[in-house]
Design a binder for this molecule. Structure first.
Ligand code: ADP
Ligand code: ZN
Ligand code: ZN
Length: 739
């Protein structure tokens, strides 16, 4: 006997109101999540149409009281139905409740009304604001004091809520705005530069190689079993141009397109090109939109006002009536893997959505993920390559500096000799340089040179990071303390920050090259909505000579005047304690190297490292991703890591450490029993890399197996075990596949 959970009203508020029905035997074959059914409803048993969201063989309540489904609705499966089916797939494959999956997938519907969302944002540093606060206190401006205290705590606050809660008038906000203390930000500001596109530019004419790539892709998609295609093209080969050509063909067939990009703020140049090309057909969502604004963009898609949805992974669920193509640009980016439950991967989810819609999938990258390359090798995807940079742009000359050698020569600076010389020459020629460091803040962790003590956050068990003015900050929970003058452990005065941060690099450059104009781009200088764009635009317009930043500066920007790229401390991403360190390092360095050089003047890239012999560094220096792939695959195969095998992480957290430890030990024993004779590798339970966050203790069990299905089955069993077992009360479990 089978039972179906049915929802009658799919608005975001009603998703959790489900009703269970019995499935007549003759319908059993045809009822699955997403199917629209007719069923008796309420006291009068009037017939309503609803969606099946789950099929189960365990009834939730007494059989005698349960009504039967009457039949399957004759209507063609609707878009909502397909999205519900997708939600069900997400639930099965990534582990979450059906409600969580539905909320991820179904478009948010919001009541009309509040269109804009205004925020008050603190413009000054907290120290500066604190000085003004003292001043205002002295003058007894109590309203200003209330607002300032609030802002110093939170950085930014909702305009309407704040005025109401603090009982302020708008004049107070305006007064502080005039003093330069704060500014008021309108949520819809961000879209305006993109969406005021008037002209629709003609397509660029394809080069021979680009034309061949388009032909190959279309040939693959004309076949009976069209596969996802990986467009593997070096930086500057014109992948964007290929996307445009395929998109316009789709639109001509009356179908719609989803284009996923890792982070709009960082790829605004590209997004702008799409807007110029496709005008009003484009809808954009990004992470900083309010729910209402997102709903508005999704609404444009549903109503047919927009036919191309550009955005981060959540754009994948755009409610297009006849979706024809999903493109995932920079498919290797980790932002495509959701960090919240359900922890779905946009790459795989795109393939499933496309299957349900009869649509095509294109992945694009200059440095594809190990997963995608592996799937090309096994024949699951089709690979199409482009190897020429547009307009004969040459590849940069790459030099590796061994920082151990520099130290031996007595150079303790963050700039090796090679990079310093190249910078001086670059500035001399009036060209631009980019220096990237994959860290933020003034300097990294603070440690004692005498005894090795490292200052850690009391709540999170991660090292605190030193910021300007001597503040120590925890990047997980935001805990702050002032710097130590002597070691709390041994009393030695030799305690301080050692590793370089972007601020420190900036200061060093200003000292060494006082004539150079330096821009810094990192988390701290890009707090506000348009900051990324402003900084990148300023640099692009030549208003600075050197751009210093974290990895965000090497992703997807085209700056023709940049002839020097320096990777400071290339190793920081190499030994991060997880198996993707080498892959991430290779991708970052390759992207960085690809930024240098232009048609008439070949660029130079300098990679500074403590591990010059590492294959990720060697392969990046040679821009050879085949070599990297072979080496890395060997390592993954040897260790049984994805993509060769599959890896399920069961994360558990609890405020009660003892309870957590006991529960995880039991879970491990259960898993051993549940796997029986199957050769499944179970690792842990172990402390997470960060073993405590916001006073919650965290442990993890890893399970490895060749087939994904074995792991989803174990996940299902674990879900059941956790549900019926009292020992798991107060323990929060999350599943993560192949993270
Ligand atoms: P990728 O995305 O592969 O890094 P892009 O599509 O951004 O490469 O192309 C790199 C640069 O070359 C862009 O400035 C783009 O406008 C230009 N370009 C590429 N192909 C063509 C073409 N066929 N006609 C004109 N310009 C092109
Ligand atoms: Zn010490
Ligand atoms: Zn913390």
């Amino acid at each position: 006997m089978k039972f179906a959970d049915v929802i009658v009203d799919i608005s975001a508020q009603q998703l959790d109101r489900k009703f269970q029905y019995r499935i007549p035997t003759m319908l059993e074959q045809n009822i699955r999540p997403g199917v629209q059914v007719e069923a008796p409803f309420g006291k009068g048993n009037r017939t309503v149409v609803g969606y099946v969201i789950r099929v189960t063989d365990k009834p939730d309540y007494e059989l005698e009281k349960m009504k039967f489904i009457q039949g399957i609705s004759q209507k063609k499966q609707s878009l909502e139905g397909r999205l519900i089916e997708l939600a069900s797939w997400i639930r099965e494959n990534y582990g979450c409740t059906m409600l969580q999956a539905l909320k991820t997938v179904l478009p948010v519907r919001q009541k009309n009304g509040r269109r804009t969302n205004r925020t008050i944002v603190l413009k000054l540093s907290k120290e500066e604001a604190a000085r003004i606060l003292e001043e205002e206190k002295r003058r007894s401006h109590t309203a200003r004091v209330r607002l300032l205290e609030y802002l110093i705590d939170d950085g930014s606050v909702d305009y309407a809520a704040c005025l109401k809660e603090l009982n302020l008038s708008a004049t107070v906000v305006r007064a502080l705005e005039r003093m330069g203390v704060l500014f008021v930000e309108d949520e819809s500001d961000f879209l305006s530069p993109f969406q005021e596109h008037k002209r629709e530019m003609p397509f660029p004419e394809l080069t021979e190689e680009q034309g061949r790539a388009v032909d190959e892709i279309r040939e693959e998609w004309r076949g009976d079993a069209p596969r996802p295609v990986l467009l593997h093209g070096v930086t500057g080969s014109g992948k964007t141009v290929v996307y445009m050509s395929l998109i316009s063909a789709m639109l001509e067939q009356g179908r719609q397109v989803i284009l996923l990009v890792p982070e709009i703020a960082l790829t605004y140049q590209n997004v702008q090109r799409f807007c110029e090309c496709f005008g009003k057909d484009v809808a954009i969502i990004h992470s900083r939109l309010s729910q209402g604004e997102r709903a508005e963009q999704f609404g444009r898609a549903a109503r047919g006002e927009a036919r191309i949805m550009i955005g981060p992974r959540s754009a994948l669920f755009a409610p297009f009536p006849s979706l024809g193509l999903i493109i995932v640009d920079e498919e290797q980016e980790s932002s495509y893997h959701s960090e919240m439950t359900p922890r779905y991967h946009a790459r795989e989810t795109a393939v499933e959505r496309a299957r349900l819609e009869g649509a095509r999938v294109l992945f694009g990258s200059a440095t594809p993920s190990m997963e995608s390359r592996y799937r090309c090798e096994t024949g699951e995807y089709r690979e199409v390559r482009m190897s020429r940079r547009f307009g004969s742009r040459g590849l940069a000359r790459v030099k590796i500096t061994d920082m151990r050698e520099e130290l031996r020569k007595g150079n303790r600076s963050m700039l090796g000799g090679e990079l310093r010389r190249s910078l001086a020459e670059c500035l001399e020629r009036g060209e631009q340089a980019m220096l990237f460091l994959n860290r933020r803040g003034y300097a990294g962790f603070v440690s004692c040179r005498t005894c090795g003590y490292v200052v850690k956050c009391p709540h999170c068990d991660v090292s605190m990071t030193i910021h300007k003015h001597g503040r120590l900050v925890c990047h997980y929970c935001g805990h702050e303390t002032t710097a130590f003058h002597s070691c709390p452990s041994c009393g030695s005065p030799y305690i301080g920050g050692f590793r370089a941060g972007t601020q420190q690099v900036e200061e060093l450059l200003l000292r060494e090259f006082p004539q150079a104009r330096v821009l810094r781009m990192d988390m701290d200088t890009t707090r506000h909505k348009n900051d990324h764009e402003k900084l990148l635009r300023a640099f692009g317009e030549g208003r600075a000579d050197i751009l210093v930043g974290t990895q965000m500066i090497v992703k997807g920007h085209d700056f023709p005047m940049v002839t020097l790229v320096g990777a400071l401390a290339a190793d920081l991403s190499l030994y991060t304690g997880d198996y993707r360190g080498a892959e991430r390092t290779f991708q970052l360095l390759t992207q960085a190297v690809g930024r240098a050089g232009r048609a008439d003047r070949p660029g130079v890239a300098v990679i500074q490292t403590y591990h010059p012999e590492h294959y990720a560094i060697q392969a990046a220096a040679r821009q050879d991703d085949d070599i990297f792939y072979e080496e890395e695959l060997g390592y993954r195969r040897l260790m049984g890591y994805p993509p060769v095998e599959n890896l399920l992480a069961i994360h558990a957290s609890s405020a009660d450490e003892l309870r957590l430890n006991t529960a995880m030990e039991y879970l491990k024993r259960y898993l051993f029993r549940a796997t029986g004779r199957e050769k499944v590798q179970i690792i842990g339970p172990a402390d997470e890399a960060v073993s405590k966050v916001k006073d919650m203790y965290r442990k993890v069990i890893y399970i490895k197996h060749r087939t994904y299905g074995t792991l989803t089955r174990l996940k299902d069993k674990t879900e059941q075990y956790v549900e019926i077992n009292n020992g798991f009360r107060g323990i929060y479990i999350q599943y993560d596949f192949n993270a």
